[in-house]
Write a protein that binds this ligand. Structure first.
Ligand code: ATP
Length: 272
């Protein structure tokens, strides 16, 4: 909630099974899960466990989902905050929220801290229009101080998500901070089929639903769009009084979601 601005170490029961596709990213994050589970195995030979990784990719592709699944797989608490929640805060509040977050995380380590939309606080100087530069810098500086302030054996892994790695302050990307980047791309045909399979599970569908066809009808869709299609289709079929969701309901749902995406794109780039 806005009142706390961060998720206080919730236990999550999401696992890698809930994340469809993203096979390469999963391999990379499994390594991080193993750091959390068996830290001594990795530090035995003098190596340093990375403190953080940046999940880079377009909106709705499953960055938050993957971060939660990592916590679920490692069975550690999940703390999260969103960079965009910090943009309207009064002077000093952002920094103290970051301090609080890390204090609570240290008490519950091993754990994962997830910072969504890190670009909102982590932009290079002079590029942020949303927040006064002083306040943004205070918040960013506090984050850097916190990241430098714990050892690599502390059991805290910080994950951050962005779709704009190019605007990030280089201080964030230095060794010992977010020195690993994991790319989370929009799904290809097979990825979309997998994501449909995940989101069709709770839905009562007609036995002759063609999932491969649904995947081929949705190029450019992110996982979040596919989740949306499945839900819309179920609502459309229910409104018609059906007792199972048919292909035509999915056709309508896809049209509706495409309509929504077009509207959103117009708002983002009005010159088009
Ligand atoms: P944003 O950058 O907008 O925060 P994100 O990349 O963090 O987006 P999520 O919030 O993880 O995206 O995705 C939103 C929802 O879309 C998920 O809760 C899930 O229902 C669905 N989803 C996205 N990607 C996948 C995927 N790879 N497998 C299964 N479901 C997915």
């Amino acid at each position: 909630s806005k009142a706390t601005l961060f998720d206080k170490g919730t236990r999550v029961n999401i696992t890698f099974n809930d994340v469809a596709g993203l096979d390469e990213a999963k391999v990379e994050v499994m390594e991080i899960v193993d750091f959390l589970k068996n830290p001594k195995k990795y530090t035995a030979l003098g190596g340093k466990i990375p403190k953080g990784a940046l999940l880079v990719g377009p909106p709705g592709t499953g960055k938050t989902l993957l971060a939660k699944a990592m916590a679920g797989e490692a069975q550690v608490p999940f703390f999260s905050m969103s960079g965009s929640d910090f943009v309207e805060l009064f002077v000093g509040v952002g920094a103290s929220r970051v301090r609080d977050l890390f204090k609570q995380a240290r008490e519950k380590a091993p754990c994962i801290i997830f910072i969504d939309e890190i670009d909102a606080i982590g932009r290079a100087r002079g590029k942020n229009v949303m927040m006064s530069n002083d306040e943004r810098e205070n918040t960013l500086n506090q984050l850097l101080v916190e990241m430098d302030g714990f050892g690599t054996d502390s059991g805290i892994i910080i994950l951050a998500a962005t779709n704009r790695p190019d605007v990030l302050d280089s201080a964030l990307l230095r060794p010992g901070r977010f020195d690993r980047q994991i790319s989370i791309d929009k799904p290809d045909l097979f990825g979309r089929e997998h994501i449909f399979n995940v989101h069709l599970k709770p839905i009562k569908t007609s036995p002759n639903l063609d999932i491969k066809k649904l995947a081929s009808m949705t190029p450019g869709f992110a996982g979040a769009d596919i989740a949306n299609v499945c839900n819309e289709a179920a609502l459309i079929a229910a409104r018609k009084g059906k007792n199972e969701v048919e292909m035509e309901d999915f056709n309508d749902a896809i049209d509706r979601v495409i309509g929504g995406l077009e509207k959103k794109n117009k708002i983002i780039s009005p010159e088009e």
